[in-house]
Ligand binder design. Structure first.
Ligand code: SAH
Length: 337
């Protein structure tokens, strides 16, 4: 039995065979618009509710839920049907509510400083397993409305293209999230970027750059050996041209590794022609990487230097560090008991 949000409309129709025809639309809306679990669908007869609850168990089983920042940040650890585990993080801001979702259990990209990368790859998530993380966040955010989804949790979304894009289509088409509020973050899977550029649904693209010379990036982000910076820049330019979406560049600031003046110059050279916005993320500590994040002062200087070279720059507010929910810290395999 597929997960509730993996079910197509036709499959749900099959499940409701013998029921009155309007039930299909009612249950579909209950799942997607009202974001209810079958047992909460009190507008259904009790017997139907019970049979649906049995036929459509949730794909995510909560292992733990932790909160930080006065309850403004919530991290879940979910177990999937086969025991694989993933995390998602909900963040409340004054002007928006964002969930960061996982797209794979583990990750094969092996970026040195990333906790998920250090743990290795387990498997792809299904579209329904991705959508259900958003559904859970929508439920938890009430009475506020979840406004943004970022595909920046565990995994490399473009290495799981079909399922991730099918999740994007469902979030946009059925759950009322606009494409401009969906952001996919990639380490630079060039064929995936090129394919995404052709889709009729243009989402925001974030590229995790971290170094703007090949020698350095080859080490920090091994995928760079396959798709070096010049090739990546071309794909990014094509993406911006095709979608008219603003490109973001993510840069985890690592003490003495990528926070020097030469790094500013290289980054500006990469970012400026693309009109990209740079997000600086002070490196969060992870078990497998013994290097520190840049000092707060260095981060500010780096930002000012970039700005003076004409690059729009934001220092990303760190959320959830106390519960290992910050960027690059998601690693269910380490934290699970
Ligand atoms: N695979 C995708 C999405 C997951 S990572 C990608 O790489 O973009 C989400 C973001 O967190 C990326 O920008 C990643 O580079 C960053 N990140 C990874 N480890 C980090 C760490 N230890 N500190 C700060 N940011 C980190």
């Amino acid at each position: 039995m597929p997960a509730p949000y993996d079910l197509s409309r036709a499959e749900l129709e099959g499940l409701l065979a013998g029921e009155r025809p309007f039930r299909l639309r009612q249950v579909w809306d209950n799942l997607h618009t009202r974001v209810l679990r079958p047992e909460e669908m009190t507008d259904l007869p009790a017997t139907l509710r019970a049979s649906l609850a049995e036929a459509l168990p949730g794909a995510l089983c909560q292992v733990s839920r932790q909160s930080a920042d006065d309850g403004q940040t919530v991290k879940w650890l979910w177990a999937l049907h086969d025991g694989a585990q993933v995390e998602s993080v909900l963040m409340h801001y004054p002007d928006r509510v964002t969930v960061c979702v996982s797209t794979q259990a583990g990750c094969a990209m092996a970026c040195q400083f990333c906790a998920t990368g250090q743990a290795g790859f387990q498997r792809h998530l299904s579209a329904g397993e991705i959508v259900e993380q958003v559904a859970e966040a929508m439920r938890a955010a009430r009475p506020r409305r979840l406004t943004n989804v970022v595909f920046m949790g565990m995994g490399e979304p473009l290495a799981n293209y079909d399922r991730v894009f099918s999740a994007i289509e469902r979030l946009h088409g059925e759950m009322g999230l606009s494409a401009r509020h969906l952001t996919l973050s990639t380490v630079g899977v060039v064929p995936g970027i090129r394919r995404l550029a052709q889709e009729s649904l243009p989402v925001n693209l974030a590229v995790s750059l971290h170094a703007a010379n090949d020698e350095k990036r080859d080490v920090l982000v091994p995928l760079n050996r396959r798709y070096p910076l010049a090739v990546l820049a071309e794909a990014c330019a094509a993406y911006v041209e095709a979608t008219h979406r603003r490109l973001s560049i993510e840069w985890a600031m690592i003490h003495d590794v990528n926070d020097q003046r030469a790094d500013v110059a290289e980054l500006a050279q990469f970012a400026r022609p693309l009109g990209a916005h740079v997000n600086l993320i002070p490196l969060n500590p992870t078990p497998g990487y013994a290097v520190r994040g840049s000092t707060a002062r260095r981060v500010r200087e780096f930002r000012d230097q970039l700005e003076s070279l004409g690059v729009n720059t934001t220092v990303r507010m760190t959320r959830g560090a106390a519960i290992d929910a910050a960027c690059g810290q998601l690693a269910a395999a380490f934290t699970a008991t």
